[in-house]
Design a protein around this ligand. Structure first.
Ligand code: NZQ
Ligand code: ZN
Length: 389
């Protein structure tokens, strides 16, 4: 393992069927004014809203609400939330929902006391906050993003046709606490469940496919990938399997809470391509990743061949006897493709609403990152999008 790094993750996790019983203890640590943030209404249908409100009442909190945080939260919604939180003089933002709600709460938390325009400061200039941050707590209901234990906040600006994620460097932006109850994920539609599963898997890939040194993170990543593949097959057949769903939830947190990125350059190009698709189509995050993944990985395979061979052998149990490295690596990607199809993931961007006339915007909206096995040029990006239709 090479390089210098710092590791600090201050998010306190409460995991399991009884984990919400800890919310009261956490709420006692903050002032009276709480803003409850949630999405389009799933928490009202499945009863989580009532459970959380009962605890807020018990703790005698003065509660305001931001409802209707949409999947892929928008800049307009961010501005709206900032006003509500300012007026309420919030001491705590309580996000109850999926990655969109958790991300949104973090974006609001760094924007409430910010004197500059948050889009400009955080999403175009990628600056860190210089103002006071409102603390965030999460009750997670959708599994995949890792937002529950990281400092990422993705915001979509439809006018600019840009979807940009800022992973803040300051761990103060990570949630102070997160309640992880696998039972809450059992009401997710199948489409969202498998989308989240692929999001988890791809987060691990994005960190795994970089570097040539011997790094403990890669061994942890292989274990996480095997667990996700195993549990996903069980959950795909029986979504109510609590054990599988709880393993998926736990893997999601570890896939993107900064641990497996330590001492690695990390790739993240599938996410950059996927986010460009998201900006143009507003499609579900995990599906934007599945739709571009194979063209991308086939394209970079020759540049990171040794790692793709290792992936094939250690993650997909490909037997390498008598085969060339190229054959082994390709069999690994084939096994991944078979698994993706078995789950029912979207395998092309056409199905997500992308059309050929969007190609210039897709290419323009793709931020190029240098940490993977090949720094893509504009022609390569266009080629990968064309192969993704
Ligand atoms: O809005 P409601 O009605 O709650 O419905 C949601 C939403 O329609 C529904 N849902 C959530 N929990 C449910 C449920 N339906 C039934 N039962 C439940 N228990 O699921 C839909 C999707 O929710 P969303 O929060 O949008 O999904 P996800 O968790 O995948 O979050 C996606 C957002 O996170 C960003 C994505 O770009 C996207 O904007 N990401 C954040 C990251 C981070 N912070 O590090 C990294 C990721 O790569 C990702 O980019
Ligand atoms: Zn993701």
């Amino acid at each position: 393992m090479l390089g210098n790094f710092t590791y600090c993750n201050p998010t306190k996790l409460y995991f399991g069927e009884d984990s919400l019983s800890n919310l009261g203890t956490e709420l006692k640590k903050y002032g009276q004014n709480v803003v409850l943030i949630y999405g389009g209404g799933s928490i009202k249908k499945n009863g989580i809203y009532d459970e959380v409100m009962a605890i807020l009442r018990e703790e005698e909190k003065n509660v305001a609400e931001i409802a209707g945080v949409m999947p892929n939260p928008t800049l307009e919604k961010l501005y709206e939330g900032v006003e509500i939180v300012r007026n309420h003089k919030a001491d705590l933002l309580l996000a109850v929902g999926g990655g969109s709600v958790c991300d949104y709460a973090k974006a609001v938390s760094v924007s409430v006391n910010c004197e500059e325009d948050p889009w400009e400061k955080y999403y175009l200039k990628f600056e860190e906050p210089s103002c006071e941050i409102i603390p965030v707590g999460c009750v997670l209901t959708m599994v995949g993003t890792g937002s529950e234990m990281n400092a990422g906040a993705v915001i979509t600006n439809h006018d600019a046709k840009l979807k940009i994620g800022h992973v803040f460097a300051d761990e103060k932006i990570m949630p102070k606490f997160t309640i992880l109850n696998p039972k809450y994920t059992l009401t997710l539609p199948h489409y969202q469940m498998i989308s989240g599963i692929y999001d988890i898997f791809n987060h691990i890939c994005e960190q795994y496919f970089s570097g040539e040194d011997d790094n403990t993170s890669d061994y942890i990543s292989e274990g996480l990938m095997k667990s996700v593949i195993h549990s996903s097959r069980i959950a795909n057949k029986n979504p109510q399997d609590y054990e599988a769903r709880s393993n998926i939830m736990w893997s999601a947190t570890w896939a993107l809470n900064t641990l497996v990125a330590k001492a690695k350059s990390t790739d993240w190009m599938v996410h950059m391509l996927g986010q460009a698709v998201g900006a143009c189509t507003d499609a579900t995050h995990g599906m934007t990743l599945s739709a571009v993944s194979l063209p991308y990985y086939k394209h970079i395979m020759p540049y990171g061949l040794a790692k793709f061979v290792r992936f094939a052998k250690n993650v997909w149990d490909v037997d390498a006897t008598g085969k060339t490295d190229e054959q082994v690596a390709s069999e690994g990607l084939q096994a991944m493709e078979n698994w993706m199809k078995e789950l029912g993931l979207v395998m092309n961007i056409t199905e997500l609403g992308a059309t050929e006339d969007m190609i210039p915007d897709l290419v323009k909206g793709t931020i190029v990152l240098p940490g993977g096995y090949k720094v893509l040029d504009v022609d390569e990006i266009e080629q990968i999008f064309r192969e993704s239709f």
